[in-house]
Design a protein around this ligand. Structure first.
Ligand SMILES: C[S@@+](CC[C@H](N)C(=O)[O-])C[C@H]1O[C@@H](n2cnc3c(N)ncnc32)[C@H](O)[C@@H]1O
Length: 244
């Protein structure tokens, strides 16, 4: 790795170790906005469960590995990697305490993992690709995936001006190097995997956050659902599926 890349990965490690050490999480204030893209996360969870069945699975950027651990009962084997030792140790403690034997988390750099080529049937992750050197991540994902394997990601997008403004106003909630995905990143995703399906969520449903605690919630949910198939580029989040 060149010096710049080492610094970047080290900054990520330090930021997330501090975040996961139990101090105040600056992102809590933003959780209400995730309500607007519930459809995205629901679909991500459903597909994750389907694709993990009897598979050798990797959670890419797993943090504490809650999602990896939740697949213990359906997958053949689950590995999770993250740069934060703080998070990985906490996840492995939970795995040990619960007597789970087919899930293991390790501290690894997602851009240069220790796994052999063609190890995994299924790789998934959320909010990880935008923390990485995207080109290196694509190459690494393709390398560790078996022929016929599948990747599934959900990531923030950098095209919504309102969200970009909010991000500029709250720099303490993110690392200096993260880069929400842009349309050219989808092209690279398409070039890396043989078949891809990119869905965009959250342009008009962002306003629905205002109603999340009111009796209009049901209307809000319908609004959020209707707006999800939009394919405008100015959106908050996407779910990306690619097969090798
Ligand atoms: C926004 S958090 C998402 C965590 C988890 N996927 C989730 O959805 O809660 C980003 C994660 O990426 C990890 N990360 C950042 N750079 C990394 C790298 N180079 N290699 C592995 N993990 C990295 C961080 O430690 C952190 O856990």
């Amino acid at each position: 790795m060149d010096g710049g890349a080492v610094d970047r990965v080290e900054r990520e490690r330090q930021f997330h170790d501090a975040r996961f050490a139990g101090g105040e999480d600056d992102r809590v204030a933003q959780l209400k906005y995730y309500d607007a893209i519930k459809g995205c996360f629901d679909r991500y969870a459903r597909r994750r469960l389907e694709l993990a069945k009897d598979a050798v699975v990797l959670e890419y950027g797993c943090a504490h590995g809650y999602n990896a651990i939740a697949l213990a009962g359906v997958a053949k084997r689950v590995e999770g990697i993250d740069i934060s030792k703080q998070a990985v140790d906490a996840g492995n403690n939970e795995i040990r305490e619960r007597g789970i034997t087919n899930v293991n988390l390790s501290v690894q750099n997602a851009e240069a993992m220790d796994f052999s080529d063609g190890t995994f049937d299924f790789v998934f992750g959320s909010g990880i690709l935008h923390h990485l050197d995207y080109e290196k991540a694509m190459a690494e994902l393709r390398r560790v995936l078996k022929p016929g394997g599948v990747v599934l990601f959900t990531e923030p997008l950098g095209h919504n001006p309102a969200i970009e403004y909010y991000r500029k106003k709250t720099p303490e909630a993110r690392t200096p190097d993260e880069h929400p995905l842009l349309v050219p990143d989808f092209k690279k995703f398409d070039q890396t995997f043989d078949q891809t399906d990119v869905r965009l969520y959250g342009l008009t449903s962002l306003g629905s956050v205002l109603f999340r605690k009111t009796p209009l919630r049901r209307l809000r949910e319908r609004w959020g659902r209707r707006s999800t198939p939009s394919c405008c580029a100015s959106l908050a989040s996407n779910g990306g599926l690619g097969t090798r």
